[in-house]
Design a binder for this molecule. Structure first.
Ligand code: AMP
Length: 418
């Protein structure tokens, strides 16, 4: 089965074409199917005078890069260009668009309506639109991507995979905010959580690697990339997560505040001269690691720490401390933890951050093996990094949200064919 994955942003469109070689995918029992990425790409600066498409044709471990620079007026043209690359003589990997069996769309906010991926029809699109107020930067371009795909390829089924769906098992006591109850009823103010596809992918993979069934495992999954979120997963079901109604909550991130006292907002509105929108921009784009030390890439921060930069050191200490606190909190939530899983850019690559996060947790049975932690540096492979005496397993598992989306798509298509 050949699956096209679309992730449409406000001015960009990412795509990936996967061949799900073994179509008997069993995501429930974690059968790991063979799959291969045939091509991937990104169209950037859609709507600006100078747009850019970067396309990779992938063959085994080799890939060939193709770049096109031209004005790309809208998402329709972006999609046309991407498809032209997929079927191009030199850059292409399929002869015709008819070889694509299904299209999977990443949709950020599914609200309370969707607790699983779904074949897109009129009512699904209506629900995605109804969630615009909850994700004004993401859901509108996500829906544009769907509508463009529908008009270009009317005979190919489209499937929506929601970032929020994995978190729909969180109990009400954990998803409610202590605000007047009617704010939840009238304005849908609650914790939704994000990065669900990533948490789902790594927790499924963890069950396979830990040679267990996911409904037997309690896990804490720690997704540390540009955005960061942590999940408490009890027997395969998410029971709490650090991001909230928006992806601003939880631990501090590259440029986002994470949890702060809500009264700080009014205080700053009163005293800084910023208006609400400007302050929102500061909280989202100028805070987090960047707010503390001026850098948001962890590699730069380590380099600066090595030259004695005190603010870089502080940013790193704050970051790892906040993550450690969440691990402690989720340990209490779960009662018993079988595994801690690190993933995404920092989680997969940063040996120092992992060491700092896991330090002094032997009281909880969490013991990192410093040698194993360093051994896999630069290798994008799943590996165990706990010591022999650790009662909690610690794993690094590279995330693959596109593959998880493709798995969901394959699962749904097979179900509809039955
Ligand atoms: P992601 O959002 O998952 O792509 O993660 C991106 C972030 O991962 C970057 O901004 C870096 O902070 C971090 N990162 C990537 N590679 C490394 C590395 N080798 N060491 C530390 N941090 C890294």
């Amino acid at each position: 089965m050949i699956v096209l994955i679309i992730n449409a942003g406000s001015s960009s469109l990412k795509y990936q074409l996967l061949n799900m070689v073994n179509s008997s995918v069993d995501i429930v029992n974690n059968a790991v199917e063979t799959d291969s990425v045939m091509a991937s790409g990104i169209v950037e600066r859609i709507g600006e005078p100078q747009g850019k498409l970067t396309h990779k044709k992938i063959s085994g471990k080799d890939n060939t890069k193709f770049v096109k620079e031209q004005e790309i007026k809208d998402h329709g043209i972006a999609m046309h260009l991407a498809v032209a690359m997929l079927t191009d003589k030199a850059a292409g990997v399929i002869n015709s668009i008819n070889e694509i069996d299904a299209i999977g769309h990443r949709v950020v906010q599914g609200g309370e309506k969707f607790n699983s991926s779904i074949l897109i029809d009129h009512s699904v699109k209506k629900a995605i639109r109804a969630n615009y107020p909850l994700a004004p930067l993401h859901n509108p371009p996500n829906l544009t991507g769907i509508e463009v795909a529908e008009s270009l390829f009317p005979s190919i089924p489209n499937i929506a995979v929601f970032d929020t769906e994995f978190h729909q098992t969180i109990p009400q006591k954990a998803f409610m905010y202590a605000l007047p109850y009617e704010f939840y009823e009238q304005f849908r103010v609650r914790r939704y959580g994000f990065h669900g596809t990533s948490h789902k992918f790594v927790s499924n993979s963890a069950a396979v690697l830990m040679k267990s069934k996911k409904d037997k495992l309690n896990l804490i999954t720690v997704h540390l990339g540009n955005g960061c979120s942590i999940c408490a997963i009890e027997k395969g079901r998410c029971v709490d997560t650090s991001m909230g109604m928006t992806p601003l909550a939880g631990v501090m991130m590259g440029t986002r505040t994470g949890d702060i006292d809500p009264a700080i907002q009014k205080y700053l509105l009163d005293y800084t001269g910023f208006n609400a929108e400007e302050l929102d921009n500061v909280f989202n784009k100028k805070s987090g690691l960047k707010g503390i030390c001026g850098m948001n890439d962890m590699r730069d921060i380590h380099a600066a720490v090595n030259t004695g930069n005190e603010l870089a050191k502080l940013a790193l200490e704050m970051f790892t401390y906040q993550i450690k606190k969440y691990i402690g909190a989720y340990f209490a939530v779960l009662g018993h933890v079988d595994g801690i899983i690190f993933t995404a850019g920092i989680g997969e690559n940063d040996t120092i951050a992992r060491e700092m996060i896991c330090s002094n947790l032997t009281g909880l049975g969490i013991e990192l093996d410093p040698v194993k932690n360093r051994e896999g540096e630069g290798i994008s492979e799943s590996r165990a990094i706990h010591s022999e005496s650790s009662s909690v397993e610690i794993w690094v598992i590279p995330t693959n949200e596109e593959l998880q989306i493709a798995r969901e798509v394959t699962h749904i298509i097979k179900k509809t064919q039955k």
